[in-house]
Design a protein around this ligand. Structure first.
Ligand code: SAH
Ligand code: SF4
Length: 354
């Protein structure tokens, strides 16, 4: 009986991802009703702080991978981080996300701890804090949690073990099982746990994406951030023949993934990935229309944004942080959404599980 239900779900998800334009437009009101019922009509902002592009890993798809010698490496100073935090607070974003390349050395771990202490001292719970700093030990994750971080994003990138192997070097730094284990550890420590996948990566099929959605459900995730893969010129996955059509079809697939996931897990937080906006200027707003309820405006100091190039054509590299807000307000009203200012905007799923 359970198997039958599972097979039906899998079939429906497959249909969602392969719907034509008309069918998808007919499905959207159903998705919107689920959004209203389970997460409400507000979109929540997280000020995104791109702390550093220094990374020990060498993921084949990523522009800041360790062996990309053309990348100009940086790490924001504590003052720069705190001014980005101040901007988020002043703009009433309610939460921040601190993201960086992966490092587990003591200097880095201690630096993050000192940032968290500073935020706690200055804002004492007035800002929600999400981290996206790759795989870390349980002791580190525990420490950061105690210092005030309460949400963590760690994309699995693909739930297909063989594909994971193709997308990463075959060594202990890039271990599929360790990534899954870290997701479990995050849950044990008490974080609201987020993951996600790349959409349209090399050799990935629609069936893989259906399995990704089922994987999210199986680990009972609280938040998802997933976006289209965009090939970067200084990576092994660069495809010089990538056309606008290729990007557009990944974009379309990414929107369908969001809608399918909202149907499957209606009360989780789903972020509108910035890589959508790199393909279409209205990408994030379209993601909200498709069922996403989180947007991450960039608050990184302008001079460093350009160096945090996971993929090319990254949007908003020329804008000051305060310029983003006005622009986002206007764009969201176009899709009939309001913003949950000054609110953490936690995942209802997390609290319903407790
Ligand atoms: N180092 C941390 C966080 C920063 S990378 C980590 O890897 O978890 C954040 C995300 O950027 C990755 O999870 C990956 O899904 C995405 N990303 C990297 N390269 C990309 C590309 N070429 N196109 C689209 N997204 C990419
Ligand atoms: Fe480093 Fe994350 Fe990029 Fe991998 S995806 S190379 S871990 S920044």
């Amino acid at each position: 009986m359970e198997q039958l239900h599972y097979d039906k779900t899998r079939r429906f998800l497959h249909e969602c991802l392969t719907m034509n334009h008309e069918q998808y437009n007919q499905f959207l009101p159903e998705v919107e009703a689920l959004v209203q019922q389970h997460v409400g009509d507000k979109v929540y902002f997280r000020g995104l702080i791109e702390l550093s592009n220094i990374c020990v890993k060498d993921c084949y798809y990523c522009g800041i991978r360790r062996t990309n010698s053309t990348a100009h490496r940086y790490q924001l100073s504590l003052d720069d981080v705190m001014s980005a935090v101040d901007i988020s607070y002043d703009q009433h974003y309610g939460s921040i996300v601190i993201q960086a390349g992966e490092r587990c050395d003591k200097a880095f771990v201690d630096y993050i701890s000192s940032i968290l202490k500073e935020i706690k001292q200055k804002y004492d719970g007035k800002l929600g804090v999400t981290l996206s700093l790759g795989e870390q030990s349980k002791a580190t994750l525990q420490k950061w949690f105690e210092l005030g971080a309460h949400r963590y994003l760690l994309r699995i990138e693909t739930s297909n073990r063989e594909l994971y192997r193709k997308w990463h070097p075959n060594n202990c730094l890039h271990d599929y099982d360790k990534r899954i284990e870290t997701l479990r550890t995050l849950r044990e420590v008490g974080y609201q746990v987020g993951t996600g996948v790349l959409i349209g990566g090399p050799s990935q099929t629609v069936e893989d994406l259906v399995e990704d959605l089922l994987f999210f459900q199986s680990i009972d995730v609280d938040m998802i951030g997933m976006g289209p893969f965009i090939s970067h010129p200084n990576t092994p996955f660069y495809n010089k023949n990538e056309t606008n059509e290729d990007l557009k079809s990944r974009y379309t697939l990414a929107l369908r993934m969001i809608s399918a996931l909202r149907w499957l897990m209606p009360n989780i937080n789903i972020a509108a990935a910035t890589s959508l906006q790199a393909i279409d200027p209205m990408g994030r707003e379209m993601a909200v229309k498709a069922g996403a309820n989180i947007i991450m405006p960039n608050v990184t100091p302008k001079q460093s944004r350009v160096d945090y190039q996971l993929y090319p054509n990254k949007p908003c590299v020329d804008e000051e942080a305060w310029e983003c807000k006005g622009c986002l307000d206007a764009r969201l009203s176009m899709v009939d959404k309001s913003v949950g200012y000054n609110e953490w905007g936690d995942s209802p799923h997390f609290f319903e599980r407790l």
